[in-house]
Design a protein around this ligand. Structure first.
Ligand code: RUB
Length: 392
Protein backbone atom coordinates (compact mmCIF):
# COMPACT_ATOMS: atom_id res chain seq x y z
CA UNK A 1 0.00 0.00 0.00
CA UNK A 2 1.24 3.51 -0.82
CA UNK A 3 1.08 6.27 1.70
CA UNK A 4 1.69 9.95 1.26
CA UNK A 5 1.48 12.78 3.74
CA UNK A 6 -1.94 14.44 3.91
CA UNK A 7 -2.07 17.82 2.23
CA UNK A 8 -4.28 20.74 3.15
CA UNK A 9 -7.82 20.02 1.97
CA UNK A 10 -7.29 16.24 1.72
CA UNK A 11 -10.06 14.16 3.20
CA UNK A 12 -8.34 11.27 4.94
CA UNK A 13 -11.08 8.71 4.19
CA UNK A 14 -12.12 6.67 1.18
CA UNK A 15 -15.49 7.73 -0.37
CA UNK A 16 -17.34 4.79 1.22
CA UNK A 17 -15.90 5.68 4.60
CA UNK A 18 -16.81 9.30 4.10
CA UNK A 19 -20.44 8.28 3.34
CA UNK A 20 -20.54 6.38 6.62
CA UNK A 21 -19.00 9.30 8.44
CA UNK A 22 -21.48 11.74 6.89
CA UNK A 23 -24.34 9.42 7.78
CA UNK A 24 -23.09 9.19 11.36
CA UNK A 25 -22.61 12.98 11.59
CA UNK A 26 -26.09 13.51 10.15
CA UNK A 27 -27.66 11.07 12.61
CA UNK A 28 -25.77 12.68 15.47
CA UNK A 29 -26.87 16.18 14.56
CA UNK A 30 -30.47 15.01 14.10
CA UNK A 31 -30.51 13.43 17.54
CA UNK A 32 -28.86 16.50 19.06
CA UNK A 33 -31.33 18.83 17.36
CA UNK A 34 -34.26 16.73 18.56
CA UNK A 35 -32.97 16.60 22.11
CA UNK A 36 -32.40 20.33 22.12
CA UNK A 37 -35.91 20.92 20.75
CA UNK A 38 -37.96 19.77 23.66
CA UNK A 39 -38.85 17.19 26.19
CA UNK A 40 -40.35 14.67 23.78
CA UNK A 41 -39.55 14.49 20.12
CA UNK A 42 -40.63 12.25 17.27
CA UNK A 43 -37.39 11.60 15.51
CA UNK A 44 -38.47 9.94 12.26
CA UNK A 45 -40.71 7.19 10.96
CA UNK A 46 -39.27 3.76 11.47
CA UNK A 47 -40.75 1.73 8.61
CA UNK A 48 -39.69 -1.84 9.34
CA UNK A 49 -42.97 -3.16 10.71
CA UNK A 50 -42.14 -2.26 14.27
CA UNK A 51 -45.62 -1.04 15.05
CA UNK A 52 -46.02 -3.24 18.06
CA UNK A 53 -42.36 -3.40 19.02
CA UNK A 54 -41.13 -1.58 22.03
CA UNK A 55 -37.53 -1.03 22.84
CA UNK A 56 -36.14 1.51 25.19
CA UNK A 57 -32.86 2.46 26.75
CA UNK A 58 -31.40 5.40 28.62
CA UNK A 59 -28.36 7.25 27.44
CA UNK A 60 -25.51 7.57 29.87
CA UNK A 61 -24.30 10.65 28.03
CA UNK A 62 -25.15 14.30 28.16
CA UNK A 63 -27.92 15.29 28.16
CA UNK A 64 -29.63 12.60 30.23
CA UNK A 65 -32.32 11.10 28.04
CA UNK A 66 -34.09 7.88 27.29
CA UNK A 67 -34.65 6.61 23.79
CA UNK A 68 -37.41 4.21 22.86
CA UNK A 69 -38.94 2.66 19.79
CA UNK A 70 -42.70 2.79 19.93
CA UNK A 71 -45.44 2.38 17.33
CA UNK A 72 -43.09 2.97 14.45
CA UNK A 73 -41.40 6.04 15.92
CA UNK A 74 -38.11 6.62 17.62
CA UNK A 75 -38.90 8.74 20.65
CA UNK A 76 -36.31 10.66 22.56
CA UNK A 77 -37.21 11.86 26.03
CA UNK A 78 -35.09 14.37 27.84
CA UNK A 79 -34.92 13.52 31.55
CA UNK A 80 -35.04 17.05 32.92
CA UNK A 81 -35.28 15.88 36.53
CA UNK A 82 -31.95 14.09 36.23
CA UNK A 83 -30.22 17.19 34.94
CA UNK A 84 -27.52 18.74 37.07
CA UNK A 85 -27.14 22.56 37.25
CA UNK A 86 -24.26 22.43 34.75
CA UNK A 87 -26.39 20.38 32.30
CA UNK A 88 -28.62 23.39 31.89
CA UNK A 89 -25.57 25.48 30.85
CA UNK A 90 -24.55 22.69 28.47
CA UNK A 91 -28.06 22.58 27.04
CA UNK A 92 -28.07 26.33 26.33
CA UNK A 93 -24.57 26.05 24.84
CA UNK A 94 -25.72 23.24 22.56
CA UNK A 95 -28.68 25.31 21.41
CA UNK A 96 -26.47 28.32 20.66
CA UNK A 97 -23.92 26.19 18.85
CA UNK A 98 -26.56 24.44 16.73
CA UNK A 99 -28.17 27.86 16.08
CA UNK A 100 -31.48 26.87 17.59
CA UNK A 101 -30.84 30.02 19.58
CA UNK A 102 -29.35 32.53 17.16
CA UNK A 103 -29.06 36.24 16.50
CA UNK A 104 -26.73 38.31 18.67
CA UNK A 105 -29.43 39.66 20.98
CA UNK A 106 -31.13 36.34 21.58
CA UNK A 107 -27.79 34.65 22.24
CA UNK A 108 -26.94 37.31 24.83
CA UNK A 109 -30.22 37.11 26.73
CA UNK A 110 -30.26 33.30 26.63
CA UNK A 111 -26.73 33.24 28.07
CA UNK A 112 -27.66 35.73 30.81
CA UNK A 113 -30.77 33.72 31.73
CA UNK A 114 -28.77 30.51 31.76
CA UNK A 115 -26.12 32.01 34.06
CA UNK A 116 -28.89 33.26 36.37
CA UNK A 117 -30.62 29.86 36.53
CA UNK A 118 -27.30 28.14 37.06
CA UNK A 119 -26.43 30.44 39.97
CA UNK A 120 -29.79 29.70 41.58
CA UNK A 121 -29.49 25.91 41.43
CA UNK A 122 -25.77 25.67 42.03
CA UNK A 123 -24.89 23.85 45.25
CA UNK A 124 -21.67 25.65 46.14
CA UNK A 125 -19.64 24.78 49.23
CA UNK A 126 -18.26 28.28 49.67
CA UNK A 127 -18.10 31.69 47.98
CA UNK A 128 -14.85 30.65 46.28
CA UNK A 129 -16.48 27.49 44.98
CA UNK A 130 -19.43 29.53 43.71
CA UNK A 131 -17.12 31.98 41.89
CA UNK A 132 -15.15 29.11 40.39
CA UNK A 133 -18.22 27.31 39.10
CA UNK A 134 -19.72 30.51 37.71
CA UNK A 135 -16.50 31.13 35.80
CA UNK A 136 -16.57 27.58 34.48
CA UNK A 137 -20.14 28.09 33.24
CA UNK A 138 -19.21 31.43 31.67
CA UNK A 139 -16.32 29.77 29.89
CA UNK A 140 -18.53 27.07 28.39
CA UNK A 141 -21.02 29.63 27.08
CA UNK A 142 -18.29 31.89 25.71
CA UNK A 143 -16.91 29.11 23.55
CA UNK A 144 -20.18 28.52 21.69
CA UNK A 145 -19.96 31.14 18.94
CA UNK A 146 -16.83 33.17 18.43
CA UNK A 147 -18.06 36.35 16.71
CA UNK A 148 -21.00 37.90 18.58
CA UNK A 149 -19.61 40.28 21.22
CA UNK A 150 -23.09 40.42 22.76
CA UNK A 151 -22.32 37.08 24.37
CA UNK A 152 -19.16 38.22 26.14
CA UNK A 153 -20.69 41.59 27.05
CA UNK A 154 -23.73 39.87 28.57
CA UNK A 155 -21.60 37.45 30.55
CA UNK A 156 -19.28 40.23 31.68
CA UNK A 157 -22.29 42.20 32.96
CA UNK A 158 -23.73 39.17 34.78
CA UNK A 159 -20.36 38.37 36.33
CA UNK A 160 -19.74 41.91 37.51
CA UNK A 161 -20.34 41.36 41.19
CA UNK A 162 -18.35 41.73 44.35
CA UNK A 163 -19.77 39.87 47.30
CA UNK A 164 -18.75 38.95 50.81
CA UNK A 165 -21.06 35.97 51.17
CA UNK A 166 -22.38 33.17 49.04
CA UNK A 167 -25.97 34.40 49.38
CA UNK A 168 -25.12 37.94 48.31
CA UNK A 169 -23.09 36.64 45.35
CA UNK A 170 -26.06 34.57 44.23
CA UNK A 171 -28.50 37.46 44.47
CA UNK A 172 -26.07 39.82 42.71
CA UNK A 173 -25.85 37.43 39.75
CA UNK A 174 -29.63 37.11 39.61
CA UNK A 175 -30.03 40.88 39.79
CA UNK A 176 -27.38 41.52 37.10
CA UNK A 177 -28.86 38.94 34.73
CA UNK A 178 -32.43 40.18 35.17
CA UNK A 179 -31.29 43.76 34.68
CA UNK A 180 -29.46 42.81 31.49
CA UNK A 181 -32.49 40.99 30.07
CA UNK A 182 -34.88 43.78 30.99
CA UNK A 183 -32.59 46.48 29.57
CA UNK A 184 -32.15 44.63 26.34
CA UNK A 185 -35.93 44.40 25.89
CA UNK A 186 -36.28 48.12 26.54
CA UNK A 187 -33.35 48.84 24.19
CA UNK A 188 -35.08 47.03 21.33
CA UNK A 189 -38.16 49.17 21.79
CA UNK A 190 -36.17 52.39 21.92
CA UNK A 191 -34.10 51.44 18.85
CA UNK A 192 -37.37 50.91 17.00
CA UNK A 193 -38.68 54.33 18.02
CA UNK A 194 -35.46 56.10 17.07
CA UNK A 195 -34.66 54.22 13.87
CA UNK A 196 -38.22 54.31 12.52
CA UNK A 197 -38.09 58.11 12.34
CA UNK A 198 -35.78 57.68 9.35
CA UNK A 199 -38.46 55.73 7.50
CA UNK A 200 -40.97 57.81 5.57
CA UNK A 201 -44.50 56.95 4.54
CA UNK A 202 -44.33 54.97 1.28
CA UNK A 203 -40.68 53.88 1.72
CA UNK A 204 -39.22 50.58 0.61
CA UNK A 205 -36.84 49.11 3.19
CA UNK A 206 -34.35 46.33 2.52
CA UNK A 207 -33.17 44.07 5.32
CA UNK A 208 -30.73 41.18 5.48
CA UNK A 209 -30.70 38.07 7.68
CA UNK A 210 -32.94 38.09 10.75
CA UNK A 211 -32.30 40.84 13.25
CA UNK A 212 -34.69 41.69 16.07
CA UNK A 213 -33.28 45.22 16.22
CA UNK A 214 -33.81 45.80 12.48
CA UNK A 215 -37.29 44.30 12.70
CA UNK A 216 -38.08 46.59 15.63
CA UNK A 217 -37.28 49.60 13.40
CA UNK A 218 -39.47 48.25 10.59
CA UNK A 219 -42.38 47.21 12.80
CA UNK A 220 -42.40 50.51 14.70
CA UNK A 221 -42.63 52.40 11.41
CA UNK A 222 -45.48 50.11 10.34
CA UNK A 223 -47.31 50.43 13.66
CA UNK A 224 -47.08 54.22 13.49
CA UNK A 225 -49.21 54.07 10.36
CA UNK A 226 -46.54 54.46 7.67
CA UNK A 227 -47.24 52.38 4.60
CA UNK A 228 -43.99 50.60 3.91
CA UNK A 229 -42.75 47.70 1.82
CA UNK A 230 -39.90 45.45 2.87
CA UNK A 231 -37.49 43.53 0.67
CA UNK A 232 -35.84 40.69 2.58
CA UNK A 233 -32.89 38.61 1.40
CA UNK A 234 -32.86 34.84 1.80
CA UNK A 235 -29.54 34.96 3.72
CA UNK A 236 -27.98 31.76 2.53
CA UNK A 237 -26.82 29.28 3.67
CA UNK A 238 -29.04 29.19 6.81
CA UNK A 239 -32.00 31.09 5.30
CA UNK A 240 -32.60 33.41 8.24
CA UNK A 241 -34.51 35.56 5.72
CA UNK A 242 -37.32 33.03 5.85
CA UNK A 243 -37.68 33.71 9.59
CA UNK A 244 -37.75 37.43 8.78
CA UNK A 245 -40.51 37.20 6.19
CA UNK A 246 -42.53 35.05 8.60
CA UNK A 247 -42.23 37.69 11.33
CA UNK A 248 -43.09 40.53 8.95
CA UNK A 249 -45.98 38.59 7.49
CA UNK A 250 -47.47 38.06 10.94
CA UNK A 251 -47.27 41.82 11.46
CA UNK A 252 -49.16 42.39 8.22
CA UNK A 253 -46.22 44.09 6.45
CA UNK A 254 -46.00 43.77 2.68
CA UNK A 255 -42.78 41.89 1.97
CA UNK A 256 -40.82 40.65 -1.02
CA UNK A 257 -38.25 37.88 -0.73
CA UNK A 258 -35.15 37.98 -2.95
CA UNK A 259 -32.09 35.83 -3.30
CA UNK A 260 -28.99 37.43 -1.80
CA UNK A 261 -27.37 38.17 -5.15
CA UNK A 262 -30.42 40.19 -6.29
CA UNK A 263 -29.65 42.98 -3.81
CA UNK A 264 -28.05 45.29 -6.41
CA UNK A 265 -30.83 44.62 -8.91
CA UNK A 266 -33.45 46.00 -6.52
CA UNK A 267 -31.31 48.66 -4.81
CA UNK A 268 -32.61 51.51 -6.96
CA UNK A 269 -36.11 50.83 -5.62
CA UNK A 270 -34.89 50.88 -2.02
CA UNK A 271 -35.08 54.02 0.16
CA UNK A 272 -33.31 52.64 3.20
CA UNK A 273 -31.38 49.53 4.19
CA UNK A 274 -31.60 48.44 7.83
CA UNK A 275 -29.55 45.58 9.24
CA UNK A 276 -28.59 44.36 12.69
CA UNK A 277 -25.11 43.93 14.14
CA UNK A 278 -23.05 41.17 15.65
CA UNK A 279 -20.17 43.46 16.47
CA UNK A 280 -19.45 47.16 16.11
CA UNK A 281 -15.79 47.98 16.45
CA UNK A 282 -14.26 51.05 18.04
CA UNK A 283 -14.00 52.87 14.67
CA UNK A 284 -17.59 52.06 13.70
CA UNK A 285 -16.80 49.10 11.47
CA UNK A 286 -19.66 46.62 11.42
CA UNK A 287 -19.51 42.83 11.58
CA UNK A 288 -22.79 41.23 10.57
CA UNK A 289 -24.24 38.30 8.62
CA UNK A 290 -22.28 37.34 5.53
CA UNK A 291 -23.49 39.39 2.59
CA UNK A 292 -24.02 42.59 4.59
CA UNK A 293 -20.92 44.26 3.17
CA UNK A 294 -22.00 43.63 -0.44
CA UNK A 295 -25.37 45.17 0.34
CA UNK A 296 -23.69 48.17 2.00
CA UNK A 297 -21.43 48.57 -1.00
CA UNK A 298 -24.31 48.58 -3.46
CA UNK A 299 -26.34 50.92 -1.21
CA UNK A 300 -23.37 53.28 -1.15
CA UNK A 301 -23.06 53.16 -4.93
CA UNK A 302 -26.81 53.77 -5.34
CA UNK A 303 -26.78 56.57 -2.70
CA UNK A 304 -29.23 54.62 -0.53
CA UNK A 305 -29.22 55.24 3.22
CA UNK A 306 -27.63 52.34 5.14
CA UNK A 307 -28.68 52.09 8.78
CA UNK A 308 -27.50 49.68 11.46
CA UNK A 309 -29.86 48.90 14.34
CA UNK A 310 -27.94 47.78 17.41
CA UNK A 311 -28.12 47.71 21.18
CA UNK A 312 -25.08 49.30 22.82
CA UNK A 313 -23.96 45.86 24.05
CA UNK A 314 -23.14 44.99 20.42
CA UNK A 315 -20.16 47.37 20.59
CA UNK A 316 -16.89 45.65 21.26
CA UNK A 317 -14.78 47.01 24.13
CA UNK A 318 -11.82 44.81 23.27
CA UNK A 319 -11.41 46.53 19.91
CA UNK A 320 -10.25 49.61 21.89
CA UNK A 321 -7.29 47.46 22.82
CA UNK A 322 -6.62 46.72 19.17
CA UNK A 323 -8.13 43.27 19.21
CA UNK A 324 -9.53 41.98 15.92
CA UNK A 325 -12.89 40.24 15.61
CA UNK A 326 -12.86 36.51 14.92
CA UNK A 327 -15.09 35.62 11.99
CA UNK A 328 -16.86 32.33 12.57
CA UNK A 329 -16.23 29.76 9.86
CA UNK A 330 -19.06 27.22 9.81
CA UNK A 331 -19.39 23.68 8.46
CA UNK A 332 -19.09 23.09 4.73
CA UNK A 333 -22.22 20.93 4.84
CA UNK A 334 -24.37 24.03 5.38
CA UNK A 335 -23.42 25.14 1.86
CA UNK A 336 -22.93 21.85 0.03
CA UNK A 337 -24.34 18.80 1.80
CA UNK A 338 -22.37 16.27 -0.25
CA UNK A 339 -18.89 17.28 -1.20
CA UNK A 340 -17.56 13.74 -1.50
CA UNK A 341 -18.06 13.57 -5.27
CA UNK A 342 -15.56 16.39 -5.83
CA UNK A 343 -11.85 15.82 -5.54
CA UNK A 344 -10.51 19.36 -5.85
CA UNK A 345 -13.22 21.43 -4.20
CA UNK A 346 -13.17 23.01 -0.78
CA UNK A 347 -16.21 24.84 0.54
CA UNK A 348 -15.66 28.00 2.53
CA UNK A 349 -18.43 29.14 4.83
CA UNK A 350 -17.65 32.35 6.74
CA UNK A 351 -20.77 33.30 8.71
CA UNK A 352 -20.10 37.04 8.97
CA UNK A 353 -18.37 39.80 7.03
CA UNK A 354 -16.95 43.23 7.69
CA UNK A 355 -18.52 46.50 6.50
CA UNK A 356 -16.27 49.55 6.71
CA UNK A 357 -17.74 52.52 8.60
CA UNK A 358 -17.58 54.68 5.44
CA UNK A 359 -20.60 52.77 4.09
CA UNK A 360 -22.72 53.26 7.20
CA UNK A 361 -24.88 56.38 7.47
CA UNK A 362 -25.98 55.90 11.05
CA UNK A 363 -26.34 53.44 13.88
CA UNK A 364 -29.65 53.45 15.70
CA UNK A 365 -28.98 52.55 19.34
CA UNK A 366 -31.12 52.86 22.47
CA UNK A 367 -29.22 56.04 23.36
CA UNK A 368 -29.79 57.71 20.02
CA UNK A 369 -28.88 57.57 16.36
CA UNK A 370 -25.14 58.02 16.13
CA UNK A 371 -22.59 58.24 13.32
CA UNK A 372 -20.34 55.14 13.31
CA UNK A 373 -17.34 57.29 14.24
CA UNK A 374 -18.88 57.83 17.70
CA UNK A 375 -18.50 54.17 18.63
CA UNK A 376 -15.52 54.91 20.87
CA UNK A 377 -17.70 57.06 23.12
CA UNK A 378 -20.39 54.40 23.36
CA UNK A 379 -17.82 51.86 24.46
CA UNK A 380 -16.23 54.15 27.04
CA UNK A 381 -19.42 55.67 28.43
CA UNK A 382 -22.09 53.00 28.07
CA UNK A 383 -20.21 49.79 28.62
CA UNK A 384 -18.32 51.14 31.62
CA UNK A 385 -15.15 49.71 30.19
CA UNK A 386 -12.11 49.83 32.39
CA UNK A 387 -9.04 49.39 30.26
CA UNK A 388 -7.09 47.89 33.13
CA UNK A 389 -9.47 44.94 33.24
CA UNK A 390 -7.99 43.41 30.15
CA UNK A 391 -4.51 44.82 30.12
CA UNK A 392 -3.52 42.71 33.07
C1 RUB B 1 -27.52 36.79 12.85
C2 RUB B 1 -27.13 38.16 12.39
C3 RUB B 1 -27.97 39.29 12.87
C4 RUB B 1 -27.33 39.90 14.13
C5 RUB B 1 -28.24 40.89 14.82
O1 RUB B 1 -26.56 35.83 12.54
O2 RUB B 1 -26.15 38.36 11.72
O3 RUB B 1 -28.05 40.29 11.90
O4 RUB B 1 -27.01 38.88 15.03
O5 RUB B 1 -29.41 40.24 15.26
P1 RUB B 1 -26.81 34.30 13.00
P2 RUB B 1 -30.25 40.82 16.49
O6 RUB B 1 -28.12 33.89 12.45
O7 RUB B 1 -25.65 33.56 12.41
O8 RUB B 1 -26.78 34.29 14.51
O9 RUB B 1 -30.61 42.23 16.12
O10 RUB B 1 -31.47 39.92 16.58
O11 RUB B 1 -29.41 40.76 17.69
Amino acid sequence: MNYRALKDGDFPLRPSQSYMLNLWLFAKSLIKACIAKGPLTRLFYYPLGTARNRLSFSSRFYPPCSIRLEKGFILIQLNKDQMKPMDQILETSAKIRSMEIRGAGRIATAAAASMRDFSMTLEALSLEDFNLQMEKAADILLKTRPTAVSLSNAIRMVMKYRAETLASARSAVVLNANRFIENSEKALERIGQIGSRRIRDGDTVLTHCNSLAAISVISTAHKSGKKIKVIATESRPRFQGITTIGMLDRLGIETELIIDSAARSVMNEVDLVVVGADVIMVNGTLVNKIGTSQIALSAHEARTCFMVAAETYKFSPRTILGELVTIEEREAGEVLPDISKYSHVRVRNPAFDVTPHQYIDLISTEVGAIPPEMSYLIIRERLGWEMEEDLI
